[in-house]
Design a protein around this ligand. Structure first.
Ligand code: OAD
Length: 253
């Protein structure tokens, strides 16, 4: 759909917004997406770097991959699309929930707080074996795979790993419950579902549009290319997020 210059998503006093973002929203911050030409999955096999089996087989390779992504994300800056979603949250407060599949931290740095990082964070590390809580970590573990000191103190050997949800792993059930509760529409309330920069390939997030539609939401997709699940949306706007989203939301940022 070509977007007329004055087209806006109507967000009035009774509207709640459930927004879902993917790698495309960070593309204009200079971070690679996963799929497509030049994407991360072109240079790396998913099973090597984004599965527990890949980590068990070669933890050094996995840390090289995530260290490079940490380094890139640390030097990237949030763009106008991240800032527009943060500005929307400042305006509508708890009528907004933002779910990101991104692990790059750019939404938080743009100021979003009602935020679920549903695939984890590049900037947290956890033990691959014990239940110690994940902890903040910006270090680049390029040369040596870090070991868990807590396991070592108990005489066990275990590696630390990025706190990222890999393929074959479960999402946090508390996160899913929060999304479902938010989508359940109160009588008389209006719900807008907005997906930005995601190819719609990875479940369950690709199905959130259906959850929201079942709750009566008006559904919008802002994406550069046609997404896998585009036909599930009422309105599909093709374009780069940093340019398109602030305009759609009527927010100059
Ligand atoms: P993808 O790389 O699959 O899709 C990114 C989407 O963003 C594509 O459809 C592009 O057309 C679109 N895009 C690119 N540049 C854009 C721009 N400037 N503005 C708007 N859209 C743009 O990334 P995700 O959908 O986020 O999971 O991928 C989902 C998950 O698959 C990721 O979280 C990751 C990956 O495997 C894990 O690593 C667990």
């Amino acid at each position: 759909m070509d977007l007329p210059d004055r087209a806006r998503i109507r967000i009035d006093e009774g509207t709640r917004v459930l927004a879902v973002t993917g790698a495309g929203i960070s593309a204009e911050s200079g971070l690679a997406t996963f799929r497509g030409a030049g994407g991360l999955w072109e240079g790396h096999r998913v099973e090597d770097v984004a599965t527990p089996e890949g980590f068990a087989a070669d933890p050094a390779r996995v840390w090289r991959f995530y260290s490079a992504r940490r380094a890139a994300a640390l030097t990237a800056e949030p763009n106008a699309a991240h800032r527009a979603l943060a500005a929307l949250e400042r305006r509508i407060g708890d009528r907004m929930l933002l779910v990101t599949q991104n692990v790059d931290g750019l939404h938080r740095r743009a100021g979003s707080e009602r935020l679920i990082e549903i695939h984890g964070s590049l900037f947290r590390t956890r033990c691959a074996r014990c239940e110690r809580p994940p902890f903040p970590d910006e270090a680049l573990h390029e040369a040596k795979v870090p070991a868990c000191e807590r396991c070592a103190a108990g005489g066990r050997r275990a590696y630390l790993r990025p706190d990222i949800v890999w393929f074959g792993e479960l999402l946090d059930s508390g996160h899913l419950r929060r999304v479902e509760a938010f989508a359940a529409r109160p009588p008389g309330g209006r719900l807008v579902f907005l997906a930005v920069g995601s190819s719609g390939n990875v479940w369950p997030v690709a199905g959130f549009v259906d959850l929201a539609a079942a709750a009566g939401a008006e559904t919008w997709l802002v994406n550069l290319d046609p997404a896998e699940n585009a036909w599930h949306f009422d309105r599909v706007v093709r374009g780069p997020a940093a340019e398109t989203l602030p305009r759609l939301l009527g927010l100059e940022v």
